[in-house]
Write a new protein. Structure first.
Length: 185
């Protein structure tokens, strides 16, 4: 899940409806200031029965865990299904960049990946969604008509054919269905 301005409220609304026995990991990439780190993890934790933690270098990616990209680092996914943190240049004025994480995840997970792009005020996320789609993954965006800041999902919609355009109320069910299908196949 990638988001920027206006996306935190959407995440807070979808978390309580996630299956507590989720068969997939969730990775959240948010553009934010570093001084909100500990507060964000605590804020999300009270909304779900799933474990919520900030991703750390070499953490294994486990089902049923919500990982948050640390502020001011790009979050990469390695072929051994662990995280790595990168402090290279900002992408789309952002670090962490949604494009960087979506693209890295697509390379490792291919058809076993679903990427959801939420509200935001820059173009971050579109190239990552394109990579996800090219690698056989599923792409989804928040309906720009109902996103707090429509630029990010609208940018994706205008530059590619996304698989799903979702309302906030549909997102948890989308994630639950995808995770259930991933554990079956």
């Amino acid at each position: 899940i990638g988001g920027s301005a206006g996306s935190l409220q959407t995440i807070l609304q979808l978390l309580p409806s996630l299956d507590v026995h989720l068969g997939a990991a969730i990775i959240i990439i948010l553009h934010r200031q570093s001084h909100y780190d500990s507060v964000l993890t605590e804020l999300l934790s009270v909304k779900t029965g799933l474990v919520v933690k900030e991703a750390e270098e070499k953490d294994p990616i486990l089902p049923g865990v919500i990982y948050i990209a640390p502020a001011d680092y790009h979050l990469l996914i390695e072929s051994d299904h662990t995280f790595s943190l990168d402090y290279s240049e900002k992408v789309n004025f952002s670090r962490p960049s949604i494009d960087v994480t979506f693209s890295a995840a697509a390379t490792v997970y291919g058809k076993q990946l679903a990427a959801l792009l939420l509200s935001g005020a820059n173009a971050d996320g579109t190239e990552g969604l394109q990579t996800v789609k090219a690698m056989g993954g599923i792409t989804a965006i928040h309906n720009p008509l109902h996103a707090a800041v429509d630029f990010m999902p609208r940018q994706a919609m205008n530059n590619m054919e996304v698989d799903y355009i979702l309302e906030t109320t549909e997102m948890a069910a989308f994630i639950n269905r995808f995770a259930a299908a991933a554990t079956q196949g």
